[in-house]
Design a protein around this ligand. Structure first.
Ligand SMILES: [Zn+2]
Length: 388
């Protein structure tokens, strides 16, 4: 039996459907590509204004080159209790100017617009959960909302904020969109983008061919070996998606470069994969060439063991909010992997139901806003009961 009385907060949320849609339209109306600092900061401004209006404390950690980290905080009633982290990213993949071309629109229960599901709907949901908590007695633990601005480009800066604010957290709840099935995300692949640079020796291909060492020739051999690491059964995939190099058709190529995407399901697979990539890159396939690589960006996996307990808690909370969900695996990466890798129980896909992210057809199912927000709130109540 629940001892944490969230009834007033739940009742408040049940009246917020229209306000949530309005908030969603407001955020979708702001272009916020990951590289657009002014845009991602404008999204933070909008959210901060909501928080101020509802008495939720917030602060901003400035970022010089990209959007600031926005942190909203509710104090806990018990000193020293580990916080629960509510996460979201404010950036989208869409270039600045997209909003003017296809602004927010609604058709029936579906909302459309750039980033409407991924993940402006999740930002709205997390913000309304934080504001709803102002209508309830303080939970024993602090609740921290962390809203970063570079998830779509690998979270290089966001990861630092997540690791700093997440340290010691009791749980992390990420509001990427729920799957098209309605399910939440209990497991995600990790992935990395790796840049491979091969150096060879230039030579005129007609005059002194034998003196050259072809970087392209070496890279072509490496690509074959890298692709051979794909193992669908274990979930490991490798994909060289970009290559470049050479000077002209009559020059033995002095340089070549490739971008490799790798995906993995566990920390152990990640290690084995990086070792294999290291061996392939470093071996000399063509005499006179050498190669190196660096990891440009990386997401860690969300392994099912990190989400199990929270999934059970969310399923109970969902049922109490009028819907049923299962946990689902996806090959897509998210910030959830960073908290999971820190040993923090983590669940993802807690946003409203959405689909077709990163495309013009992206949509969010508006009728899922209130029940999904209530489920997160109920889940926090259950956590409060378990630490009370
Ligand atoms: Zn996302």
């Amino acid at each position: 039996m629940s001892t944490t009385d969230l009834s007033a907060a739940l009742a408040w949320l049940s009246d917020q459907g229209a306000a949530m849609e309005q908030a969603l339209a407001q955020l979708v109306g702001i272009d916020s590509n990951s590289h657009d600092k002014a845009g991602t900061d404008a999204v933070a401004d909008a959210m901060a204004a909501w928080f101020t209006g509802h008495g939720v404390d917030w602060e901003r950690a400035p970022e010089p080159a990209q959007g600031d980290a926005l942190v909203a905080r509710l104090a806990g009633s018990r000193p020293g209790a580990a916080p629960v982290l509510l996460m979201g990213h404010r950036d989208t993949v869409f270039p600045t100017g997209t909003v003017a071309q296809r602004p927010y629109r609604r058709e029936g229960d579906r909302a459309y617009g750039p980033g409407v599901a991924d993940m402006k709907s999740g930002l709205v949901l997390q913000a309304f959960v934080l504001m709803a908590l102002k209508h309830a007695p303080a939970l024993p633990f602090p609740v921290v909302g962390l809203f970063t601005a570079d998830e779509e480009i690998g979270s290089a800066r966001g990861r630092l904020a997540i690791e700093s604010w997440g340290r010691g957290a009791h749980a992390a709840l990420n509001a990427e969109p729920a799957r098209v099935t309605g399910n939440v995300v209990s497991a995600r692949k990790g992935g990395a983008t790796i840049r491979i640079a091969v150096r060879g020796r230039a030579a005129h291909s007609g005059v002194n061919h034998a003196e050259g060492a072809s970087a392209i020739g070496a890279l072509a051999i490496k690509v074959q070996a890298l692709h051979a690491l794909t193992d669908y059964a274990s979930g490991v995939t490798t994909n060289v998606g970009l290559i470049g190099g050479g000077l002209s058709s009559n020059t033995v190529a002095p340089e070549a470069e490739a971008r490799l995407d790798v995906r993995f399901c566990t920390a152990a697979q990640r290690l084995a994969l990086l070792e294999a990539v290291d061996a392939i890159v470093k071996r000399t396939d063509v005499p006179g060439t050498d190669a190196s690589f660096d990891v440009v960006s990386e997401f860690l996996p969300l392994e099912p063991r990190c989400s199990e307990a929270l999934l059970a808690l969310y399923q109970e909370s969902a049922r109490a909010s009028g819907f049923e969900v299962e946990g689902e695996f996806t090959g897509g990466c998210s910030d959830a992997g960073f908290t999971a890798a820190m040993g923090i129980p983590t669940l993802c896909g807690l946003g409203p139901v959405g689909a077709k992210a990163h495309t013009e057809d992206e949509y969010c199912r508006l009728e899922t806003f209130v029940p999904r927000a209530q489920a997160v709130l109920r889940m926090l109540g259950r956590m409060a009961d378990s630490v009370a």
